[in-house]
Design a protein around this ligand. Structure first.
Ligand SMILES: Nc1ncnc2c1ncn2[C@@H]1O[C@H](COP(=O)(O)OP(=O)(O)OP(=O)(O)O)[C@@H](O)[C@H]1O
Length: 288
């Protein structure tokens, strides 16, 4: 379970990329984070794996407070966070298998890693995953011989072989054509189900988010302005997320949204918006 509470990030330049973002992601939920360019989506994902240091709030992964970790603690915690990147971040001159097994590096000694000497269980796990992502028989191909979609499948297998507690995907479809993008989204949703792991996908294509995610988080200018089931994403809520429009009067008078996106009521997960279970109204907080 990932839970952020009042997460904030102000870059040294003074850019406030995130402000008071409180979310809880659990189970085998597929959650899409959407919002216009500069809304803070990448910053959120990068704060969770501490590639970016948050400047306020907390981030918990199960019982571990991620913001408080020293280098060793962070190294251990990152084993539990699978990352899928827009540009795949693979080692091009290595094979598919070598790239997938690199996801196990956090579990083997430096010496074993240097000699690429992985335990048989890891190799077996990697083969299983290649099968799952549809790259059966391609283990010895060099990654630079693969298509974009195939590379992203390698990236996904590498993230999942870690056996993470959450899978974070930072714009995993941005470099892919529409059909391959759909395949990758389908694969991510299959993995959530198959591996019983929540998946958070930061994505530009709203239609893909609506089609594949159980739940949508909408960011605008660093604030969480929507948190609800994909089926609740209306044109009005898209206006709030993408154009910073005022939420409709009904959202302001509806007590439901008070317990929603930027909720101050604590972190016990009981608020409807945080557990993502309430199929009620869009949660559109009032503009300041
Ligand atoms: N390293 C940085 N230094 C200073 N400001 C930054 C840095 N990275 C991001 N920002 C700023 O933080 C805000 C959020 O950026 P972020 O990249 O998280 O948004 P995003 O929603 O992921 O955008 P996109 O969809 O274009 O990738 C923007 O105003 C951006 O200019």
């Amino acid at each position: 379970m990932l839970e952020t509470e009042k997460l904030g990030k102000t870059y040294p330049t003074g850019d406030e990329a995130l402000s008071d973002v409180s979310v809880r992601i659990d189970g085998r939920e597929v959650v899409a984070m959407i919002g216009p360019s500069g809304a803070g989506k990448s910053t959120f994902v990068r704060c969770v794996n501490r590639l970016v240091e948050p400047t306020a709030g907390s981030i918990r992964l199960d019982d571990t407070e991620l913001t408080a970790l020293d280098d060793d603690g962070l190294r251990n915690a990152r084993r539990n966070i699978g990352m899928v990147f827009q540009e795949y971040n693979l080692v091009e001159r290595l094979t598919v298998m070598e790239n997938v097994l690199s996801g196990r590096l956090g579990y083997v000694s430096n010496w074993a890693a240097l000699r690429r000497n992985f335990p048989p269980d890891d190799v077996e796990r990697a083969y299983e995953l290649l099968d799952l992502v549809g790259l059966n028989g391609m283990e010895n191909k060099r990654v630079d011989e693969l298509s974009g979609g195939q590379r992203q499948r390698v990236g996904i297998a590498r993230a999942v072989v870690q056996e993470p507690k959450i899978l974070l995907a930072d714009e995993p479809t941005s470099s892919l054509d529409p059909e391959t993008s759909r395949d990758v989204m389908e694969l991510l949703t299959d993995i959530a189900e198959d591996r019983d792991v929540p998946v958070l996908i930061n994505i530009h294509e709203v239609d893909l988010a609506e089609a594949y995610a159980d739940r949508i988080l909408g960011l605008h200018a660093g604030e969480l302005v929507f948190d609800g089931p994909a089926s609740d994403l209306t044109d009005e809520s898209k206006g709030v997320i993408y154009r910073g429009e005022e939420p409709p009067e009904s959202a302001v008078t509806d007590p439901d949204w008070l317990s929603g996106a930027n909720d101050d009521s604590g972190s016990n997960g009981e608020s409807s918006a945080r557990n993502g279970q309430d199929a009620g109204s869009d949660r559109l907080p009032a503009e300041d």
